[in-house]
Design a protein around this ligand. Structure first.
Ligand SMILES: [Fe+2]
Ligand SMILES: [Fe+2]
Length: 252
């Protein structure tokens, strides 16, 4: 699926322009969340685990995983989703006030919609130009909500719970502000997997970047986007481990 040439970054790298808050920032949910959490990054209220993520795989949710195995076979979801879920579980430990089940289910399902869009457009549109707002990104969010509404009712999740899952999935890439703490934790987990060595290996190839260029951009552009202090600590620690392992100081 990776039909990118491994071009060096430089002028060929896609724009990672900072997100524009836009209209979403004036949504009442965004305003309420911002007012409730004036200190950013949001301080943790529970323990923050910065050890390598491989040590704490996320337990449970086997029935839900089983329902979306076909959806994990697109765009590295069988790597991205389990690692993101493990980070989400840690973020819930750091924020015990959050609805843990909502965060975990939303993270597990958030990118399943990629399996239901035109695969040839994933790389051509999803990782080039203004990739944050490419049409295919809106489509994978809408398709992800359809997956959630198909697989969650047979597993006896309630209608209101499924609505909340879909509220998080819808806009997880294209909406630039969080509407709730659970939404924020999903967003942070969706970014943290990239700091792990497996995430660097996979995502740098999507963007056609070498690991040194990619990790430079994680430090400069993605760490500042993290919403919670726990995520900042996890991402920063993981990044220094990964860059040391991959020798990015000299292989550049
Ligand atoms: Fe996504
Ligand atoms: Fe994702």
């Amino acid at each position: 699926m990776n039909n990118h040439n491994s071009t060096a970054a430089g002028s060929q790298a896609p724009a990672w322009s900072p997100p524009e808050p836009g209209l979403d920032a004036r949504d009442p949910r965004a305003l309420a969340f911002a007012a409730a959490h004036p200190v950013r990054p949001i301080p943790a209220t529970g323990p923050v685990d910065t050890t390598p993520i491989a040590g704490t795989p996320a337990p449970g949710l086997e029935a839900l995983w089983g329902a979306v195995v076909p959806e994990t076979r697109t765009r590295g979801n069988d790597i991205h989703l389990p690692i993101s879920l493990a980070f989400a579980a840690r973020l819930c430990d750091a924020h015990p006030e959050a609805d843990r089940e909502l965060v975990l289910v939303a993270v597990l399902l958030h990118d399943t919609g990629w399996a239901h869009v035109d695969e040839s457009r994933i790389i051509s549109e999803g990782f080039s130009g203004d990739w944050r707002t490419a049409a295919i990104r809106y489509e994978h969010e809408a398709e992800g909500c359809k997956v959630a509404r198909r697989v969650l009712p047979p597993l006896e999740y309630s209608g209101p719970f499924i609505d909340r899952v879909c509220e998080i999935i819808d806009g997880h890439d294209t909406r630039h502000v969080a509407y709730s703490l659970e939404d924020a934790l999903v967003r942070d987990a969706d970014r943290l997997w990239r700091f792990d060595q497996a995430g660097i290996a996979l995502a740098s190839s999507w963007f056609g970047m070498d690991p040194a260029t990619y990790t430079d951009r994680l430090a400069g552009e993605i760490i500042p986007e993290l919403i919670t202090q726990a995520a900042v600590e996890m991402g920063t620690t993981d990044l220094s481990r990964s860059t040391a392992l991959l020798q990015t100081k000299v292989i550049r």
